[in-house]
Ligand binder design. Structure first.
Ligand code: 5AD
Ligand code: FES
Length: 372
């Protein structure tokens, strides 16, 4: 039996999403501390739900809100992991600079362009260029961005970590459209516990820089890293709504054997799906990927995320020779596949999720966002 307090809390979460959308229409983006505290209690309560019937209601509500606000479709982004060098030391990440076992590579300009060609031929209209925090010259990447824009009509998303504002500006001028930077946690204490020598404020400054430069901006979190509570996740969801991100990536934490978090427990599928669904309910028209991490567990749970409100999949177009080396977490999906194998897989995923496969470039659905 669905509990009445569950349906009440769900009703308030839905109303909060609608109210935030209305507020934004009047350019108000903040919530009073009392309202935040109250909705965070509801969200934490809903996140904890383990009841099959309740979860079915939650996912169906999220899917309906997705369908109304974004259409009944699954959009594609072609991912290219162009450098596994990283000067950062996130305690959870296999690419952190203190992992001597990580295999490092950086693709050449021509290799990146070959990946772009494959994405273009697959008819996908967004390329996501992702790397560790590798200190390559900003000009090097700007040149690649320009060349992709000359050759192909596609959106360019960057996911290259924190850099100087000038670098972000240079890449934007070169033609980049979007930038993904997960906040990992909007709580300063938890953020500091997950990242040696880093603070939340610097992350937030980068996110503000990106937004003010006109990037369609994405963020996100992992579910289940050490120290994260339901209250943290609830606050992150409110944070996503206040920042009004265009895209939000959410995946389970998967312990990597060559990191300080090797002995920790993985994030659960159930909590990850509840987080995706509630993020959809609260943010309404953001793009939410069914993340590769969700596809990399005992089975492929991306279809479950798509049924719970997600609407993006990012097939991996990195060259086969390097896919295995970009090991953020172990057991990563599709590292053994040939690049082309994904198209078939995408058809099946969309069909299983009951969504139309959509090859459009799928820009931000937020009002006022730049569409170049
Ligand atoms: N498990 C799951 N996700 C991870 N990420 C990094 N390390 C792990 C891990 N061990 C996520 C982070 C990062 C994104 C690129 O991958 O959220 O922002
Ligand atoms: Fe590379 Fe976190 S370890 S950015």
């Amino acid at each position: 039996m669905t509990r009445k307090d569950f349906t009440d809390a769900l009703g308030r979460a839905i109303a909060f999403g609608v109210a935030m959308a209305d507020k934004r229409a009047n350019t108000i983006n903040s919530v009073t501390p009392e309202a935040a505290a109250s909705i965070e209690r509801d969200l934490a309560f809903l996140l904890a739900s383990e009841d099959t019937e309740e979860k079915a209601i939650l996912y169906a509500e999220a899917a309906a809100i997705r369908d109304q606000n974004c259409g009944r479709r699954m959009v594609l982004r072609g991912l290219v992991e162009f450098s596994s060098y990283c000067g950062n030391s996130c305690l959870y990440c296999g690419l952190n600079r203190n992992n001597p076992k990580a295999e490092r590579y950086r693709l050449t300009r021509d290799e990146v362009l070959e990946c772009a060609e494959l994405i273009y031929r697959a008819k996908i209209q967004t390329i996501v260029l992702q790397s560790g925090e590798d200190n390559y010259p900003a000009d090097w990447l700007a040149d690649i961005i320009r060349e992709i824009k000359v050759r192909y009509d596609m959106a360019i998303t960057l996911s290259a970590g924190e850099r100087k504002r000038e670098d972000f500006a240079l890449w934007k001028d070169a033609g980049a459209d979007r930038y993904l930077m997960r906040v990992e946690s909007s709580d300063a204490t938890l953020y500091a516990a997950l990242h040696k020598d880093r603070e939340l404020d610097t992350r937030l400054r980068s996110l503000r820089d990106l937004r003010s430069l006109g990037y369609q901006t994405g963020s996100g979190i992992m579910v289940g890293p050490p120290g994260q509570t339901l209250e943290h996740i609830a606050r992150d969801i409110v944070f996503f709504s206040e920042y009004d991100f265009d895209m939000i990536g959410i995946g389970p934490f998967i312990p990597h054997p060559d990191t300080p978090f090797r002995g920790e427990k993985a994030g659960t599928v159930a909590l990850t799906l509840n987080t995706v669904a509630l993020t959809r309910i609260v943010t309404r028209n953001a793009w939410l990927p069914a993340t590769t991490a969700l596809g990399s567990l005992d089975r492929d749970y991306r279809v479950d995320a798509l049924r719970a409100g997600a609407n993006v999949v990012m097939p991996n177009f990195s060259p086969a020779s390097v896919k295995k080396k970009y090991e953020i977490y172990p057991g990563k999906k599709c590292v053994g596949e040939n690049t082309g194998a994904c198209a078939f897989c995408m058809d099946r995923l969309a069909e299983q999720a009951g969504l139309d496969l959509d090859y459009s470039r799928a820009d931000s659905l937020k009002s006022g966002a730049e569409h170049s």
